[in-house]
Design a protein around this ligand. Structure first.
Ligand code: ATP
Ligand code: MG
Length: 304
């Protein structure tokens, strides 16, 4: 015979076992729910990736298709301006120049879109090589000379400070970043100076900075500047067009070079746009490793 205590105990155990069973059923239901959620998340991630691939593909096809007709318009404008097919009146010349400027602006935008699409699709190849700092600055100086003709703004390239004569990186991408910083600085500065500097910035890094005495940017706007298609409201902006892609592309290119971009600015005083990159790209940043060392290259003290 079972004692009352004993049967009570059995009853409690039976109750507990029912509780465990119902808990376990609940848990397996929750588990099934979590699994379903995970698979839904996977689906969403897949859809997002697909959408992003489609966007990149659309941008690159579109940009590619635009290049040919734009190239034709540019060439035809050049022929007309060179008077290959006879003289132009002053008014016709103004009109053809306007056509040429608009088509060049569109070409620059198409190029930026194509570059962005390539970066987003992971299809930009970085080709680091040794190059001379002096050559980089003199090429940039030459590029901007025609734009500066008669301008009230000076473009000054300072002697690099504490930077080796030769750097090992993709100088075309670096030059593309600096070109956009300088052209922005010249666009948004009506008088004063645009100063380009290169300075050792600790570790194995060099910082290139473009400082202007232009309209400046509020702290709030600085936060969004590096996003695609951002253009701030200003009287200058209304006069000059552009696509708002230059800074976002510059940021992505700097990251591909193993570096970053920064901005500091004060409205009415001016802005400093800077890019910091390694003096020498390493194997992790580029698939290629340095093959040739320049004759005057000395390794840094810690042997890196
Ligand atoms: N040095 C600067 N001073 C003041 N505002 C600037 C400066 N540089 C950039 N900006 C602001 O940031 C915006 C984005 O610059 P970004 O280079 O991305 O585009 P953009 O120059 O307008 O067009 P794009 O470079 O594509 O031709 C500019 O439109 C301008 O409003
Ligand atoms: Mg720009």
């Amino acid at each position: 015979m079972t004692s009352p205590d004993h049967s009570q105990l059995l009853e409690t155990i039976a109750q507990l076992s029912r509780d465990v069973e119902s808990l376990s059923a609940e848990l397996s239901e929750t588990n099934a729910g979590v699994v379903a959620l995970y698979s839904e998340l996977d689906d969403r991630a897949e859809q997002l990736k697909h959408a992003s691939d489609l966007k990149s593909r659309f941008l690159s096809y579109m940009s590619h298709e635009f290049r040919t007709p734009l190239g034709a318009i540019n060439s035809l404008c050049r022929l007309l301006l060179d008077r290959v097919d006879g003289p132009l009146t002053a008014e016709q010349e103004t009109q053809v120049r306007l056509m040429r400027d608009s088509s060049q602006e569109l070409t620059a935008m198409v190029d930026d879109l194509l570059d962005l699409a390539k970066v987003e699709a992971g299809r930009v190849s970085i080709s680091p090589e040794w190059f001379d700092m002096v050559d980089l600055f003199s090429a940039l100086r030459g590029m901007f000379r025609p734009i500066l003709n008669g301008s009230a703004v000076d473009l000054v390239f300072e002697e690099p400070r504490n930077v080796p004569d030769h750097l090992y990186t993709d100088h075309k991408k670096l030059s593309q970043i600096l070109r956009n910083f300088i052209s922005n600085a010249l666009k948004f500065t009506t008088q004063g100076q645009v100063r380009v500097t290169a300075e050792y910035s600790g570790g194995d890094n060099v910082t290139f900075a473009v400082t202007d005495t232009g309209i400046g940017i509020s702290a709030e706007d600085q936060a969004t500047l590096f996003n695609d298609f951002v253009q701030l409201d200003s009287p200058i902006q209304k006069r000059l067009r552009g696509s708002g892609l230059g800074l976002s592309l510059s940021k992505k290119l700097a990251e591909l070079l193993g570096g970053c971009v920064t901005v500091s600015s004060e409205p009415g005083v001016g802005s400093v746009f800077a890019v910091t990159i390694p003096l020498r790209m390493t194997g992790a940043q580029a698939s290629e490793t340095p093959q040739h060392f320049p004759p005057n290259w000395k390794p840094s003290v810690d042997g890196r």
